[in-house]
Design a protein around this ligand. Structure first.
Ligand code: URA
Length: 267
């Protein structure tokens, strides 16, 4: 058993699914499916996410020359010139949505502030709310194992953030308005980190990053463009804990992400 297979077994990802061509760096072609050339179904627009949402294909094939109003709002919100400490304080002081009422503390993000890899989740759960760090509960353990399986480690060339910085009560999915209220902070984190590649963990993260209606099952294996930064999507670790049969797909997605990163580093 190879080291990778051993790690996968530890992750509960066995039996190993060998990805066609996974060992070879794929061409970093935006939008074009690389690992899995399934035709993409039409993608409906998420009106709740943004009144100006574009379809994903529009977003990637014709990256907006001017920022979308949501991003423009972020730029105009006073965050644009903030460094890390100020931004962290702004998040701590934030009362922009109702999530501030029940939080124990804000969960800003963690990791290497100059990372090539940015992983974006949904929002803090109970343990994250308690400890002030993203992905420290059961889903976090799986995320750490997923990172380990592709040779990554929390804090080393990896930054982990969430779509919302405060815990939604009862661990419910954050509402579109809550995600939108928090988006400027994520936006500024991305500007500061300048990651080479973003991995969206689950649907809310994918939708907020891409400003469009996304279905993970049809967005997998594709590279999307977020103002010049490639984004790939995969299942959220908490979903994988409930749907063990989909773990092999996450493994496939991580291999795809590694291929993209290798290709990006060559260019
Ligand atoms: N789920 C998330 O999306 N983020 C966390 O920080 C923890 C669980």
């Amino acid at each position: 058993m190879s080291r990778r297979e051993q790690i996968l077994a530890e992750m509960g990802l066995a039996p190993l699914w060998h990805l066609r061509g996974a060992e070879h760096a794929a061409e970093p072609e935006l939008v074009t499916p690389v690992a899995d050339p399934r035709p993409a179904p039409p993608v409906p627009i998420a009106q709740a996410v943004s009144r100006v949402a574009q379809t994903v294909l529009e977003a990637v094939s014709a990256p907006a020359a001017t920022p979308a109003p949501r991003d423009a709002a972020a730029k105009g919100s006073g965050l644009a010139h903030m460094g890390w400490e100020e931004l962290d304080q702004a998040v701590k002081d934030c009362r922009a949505c109702g999530l501030c009422k029940a939080r124990k503390q804000t969960v800003f993000g963690v990791g290497d502030r100059e990372a090539d890899w940015l992983f974006v989740g949904e929002g803090p759960g109970a343990e994250e709310d308690e400890r002030g760090e993203p992905f420290v509960g059961q889903a976090g353990k799986l995320l750490d194992a997923m990172l380990g399986s592709i040779g990554l480690q929390r804090g080393q060339d990896v930054y982990i953030a969430n779509s919302v910085k405060c815990r939604p009560p009862g661990n419910r999915t954050p509402e579109a308005g809550e995600i939108a209220a928090c988006h400027p902070y994520l936006e500024r984190q991305i500007e500061l980190i300048k990651p080479r590649l973003i991995v969206a963990l689950g649907r809310p993260a994918a939708q907020t990053l891409l400003n469009a209606e996304i279905k993970i099952s049809s967005a997998r294996g594709r590279v999307f463009d977020r103002h010049g930064i490639p984004v790939v999507v995969t299942y959220h670790p908490a979903y994988l804990l409930r749907n063990l049969e989909d773990k092999h797909k996450a493994w496939e997605d991580l291999c795809f992400a590694v291929d993209q990163m290798q290709a990006l580093k060559k260019n």
